[in-house]
Design a protein around this ligand. Structure first.
Ligand code: NAP
Length: 280
């Protein structure tokens, strides 16, 4: 699995990771098996949040992490309503407890909320000094919020911005992605399959994906993932709760799309007009 530096001077992290949203609805044993199969295949960048299943998903993830923790780049998120100075510290400590670990590799503000970012930042800095988090970042920040966050934190401090990015939602490519790249902030694309809205096999775009997939001997899902990490500083975190899905997604790691293939996907899924950052 191809690694890339996550953020300016950041650690090498595989470009394809694993998400965990709504995993509380999956059979826990199957979810743990799927995550662990992903680890074996190099999908060692794992995203979770205190919000997911109200903490239950972090507990399920703890089971998958047994024996693997040191090889995993573990990310969790604080909810905006908890992101005061004291609330952020408390949320982080609760996540660590549920995840049965002593540190997160990256801790994110889930989206911009009622607390001034400077307060959250102060907590991130303290948690980092205490060794409870290795790095920190943001999620769902559009250009203006991101610039403010970088100005407050200082250059090279915001490791990543986790944002909605899939074939049918390419808004970030207009302004946010180039701005993140210029600032050295990694872009972690979430919901790479459109959270259940993957292009239908019979649609025009679906046919383009299927044709490339057939020629390359991979699934259309792997083709989509590869397209979504074609730019420097980009990562993606598909969620899968079955071993077969994880195996299909991991195949994106070894896939290299030709310029022609990228151009045909680009044409099949146009960016559309410039617009504010959409949320899920
Ligand atoms: P997603 O990854 O776009 O799609 C997940 C869906 O795709 C699941 O139903 C999964 O099924 C299915 N799937 C996975 N691999 C497949 C394959 N090879 N073939 C067919 N179906 C496949 O959706 P998401 O969960 O919204 O996004 C991914 C992650 O991003 C989340 O889990 C979360 O960690 C993160 N996220 C962050 C935010 C944020 O605000 N920061 C928001 C949304 C999501 P199974 O589960 O049955 O395998």
């Amino acid at each position: 699995m191809e690694p890339r530096a996550l953020g300016a001077g950041g650690p090498l992290v595989p470009v394809i990771g694993q998400g965990t949203w709504k995993m509380e609805r999956d059979d826990p044993q199957a979810a743990v098996e799927a995550l662990r199969r992903g680890f074996e295949l190099g999908l060692t960048h794992v995203d979770t949040a205190e919000m997911y299943g109200m903490g239950h998903v972090e507990e399920v993830l703890a089971r998958a992490l047994e024996g693997w923790r040191d090889k995993i780049f573990l990310v969790s998120k604080v909810l905006p309503q908890n992101a005061s100075f004291a609330g952020t510290v408390k949320s982080c400590e609760s996540s660590l407890r549920r995840l049965e670990t002593d540190r997160l590799d990256c801790y994110l503000l889930h989206w911009h909320g009622p607390h001034p970012f400077g307060e959250t930042l102060r907590a991130f800095e303290q948690l980092q000094q205490e060794g409870k988090i290795r790095s920190y970042g943001v999620s769902n920040f559009d250009v203006e919020d991101l610039e403010e966050a970088v100005a407050l934190a200082g250059p090279g401090k915001i490791a990543c911005n986790q944002v909605l990015y899939h074939l049918k939602e390419r808004a970030i490519e207009h302004a946010l992605l180039p701005r993140c790249q210029a600032l050295g902030v990694a872009v972690v694309g979430y919901s790479p399959f459109g959270a259940g809205e993957f292009p239908a096999a019979g649609s025009a775009g679906g046919k383009v994906l299927r044709e490339i997939a057939r020629e390359r001997g991979v699934s259309p899902y792997a083709v989509a993932l590869r397209f979504l990490v074609r730019e420097p500083l980009t990562f993606t975190i598909p969620k899968a709760a079955s071993v077969s899905h994880v195996e299909e997604n991991a195949a994106a790691g070894a896939l290299e799309l030709t310029g022609e293939e990228v151009a045909s996907i680009d044409a099949a899924f146009p960016r559309g007009a410039e617009r504010p950052l959409p949320l899920l």
